[in-house]
Design a protein around this ligand. Structure first.
Ligand code: HEM
Ligand SMILES: [Ca+2]
Length: 256
């Protein structure tokens, strides 16, 4: 989403340039180590050919399929960026408590419409949220749009209003089907069990609520819209060859 599908998120801070990874909005991103495993295997087999951006896109494709979601055929041939900038994250990526209008306009700017944006957020049907991104909905008072029983569960997971950011305290995005990409997310939104403020607003905003209702009622329809939008995201603003490269190590730009 930052700049395009160019693996800028994989670069680490180098030569004093703070990378996207250091943004508060990147908090909780994990398992970058698997990218290195994949890249090492590719470099052994077929050196300097498959970009880190393609690894990210194809990992998303296969991750979604392994989690029971649709198989989204994706093109290859993306190039990797030569920069990663902390400041660019806040210009492109909404925060967990952003207004839905901001979320929609950010996705609109990369060609993803309201329906597609509602579908993409269905990926919050898997994975976890760390307490630092949650506690403002629980303390000092519970957000009135949150189901009280669900709030009690979340307070059990996140008992402190000021969680230690280095401790791995988190709640599951979806307690019922945590390892399946499915329309449970939308059913939960209708029950006021949306985890983040951005999630819950989808069910109340008049421009998104009808899509939430349709996706909650029809998993096949959700998969179709999700597949279309993920494909658009994967093809967002690819770098022309003279602006990008195929990194040898996904954490660093090539030298020379
Ligand atoms: C409005 C835009 C979005 C916002 C504000 C947002 C925010 C967040 C936040 C705050 C977390 C929790 C991070 C943590 O505490 O560890 C999260 C997790 C997650 N998000 Fe999003 N997200 C957005 C859109 C998306 C999209 C478009 C996708 C994929 C297509 C996505 C996929 C995920 C996944 C899979 C997780 C779980 C990660 C894990 O288990 O480590 N999100 N998101
Ligand atoms: Ca699920």
């Amino acid at each position: 989403m930052v700049g395009g599908c160019d693996a800028s998120i994989l670069l680490v801070t180098a030569a004093g340039a703070m990378s996207e990874q250091t943004s508060q909005r990147s908090f909780g991103m994990r398992n970058f180590k698997y990218v290195a495993t994949i890249k090492d295997a590719l470099e052994r087999e077929c050196p300097a050919t498959v970009s880190c951006a393609d690894i990210v896109a194809l990992s998303a494709r296969d991750g979604v399929a392994l989690l029971g979601g649709p198989y989204v055929p994706m093109k290859m041939g993306r190039k990797d960026s030569r920069v990663s900038r902390l400041e660019a994250v806040e210009d492109s990526i909404p925060n967990h408590d952003s207004d839905i209008s901001l979320v929609l306009s950010r996705f609109q700017s990369i060609g993803i419409n309201v329906e597609g944006t509602v579908a993409l957020l269905g990926s919050h049907s898997v994975g976890r949220v760390h307490c630092v991104n949650l506690v403002h909905r629980l303390y000092p008072a519970v957000d009135p749009t949150l189901d009280p029983d669900y709030a009690a569960y979340l307070k059990g997971r996140c008992p402190s209003p000021e969680p230690d950011p280095t401790a791995v305290a988190y709640g599951r995005n979806d307690r019922e089907t945590p390892m399946t990409i499915d329309n449970m997310y939308y059913k939960h939104l209708l029950q006021h069990k949306g985890l983040l403020r951005v999630d819950q607003q989808l069910a109340s905003d008049p421009s998104t609520a009808p899509f939430v209702a349709k996706m909650a009622a029809d998993n096949g329809y959700f998969y179709e819209r999700f597949a279309d939008a993920l494909l658009l995201l994967s093809e967002s603003n690819p770098l022309p060859s003279d602006k990008g490269e195929v990194r040898k190590d996904c954490r660093f730009v090539n030298s020379g």
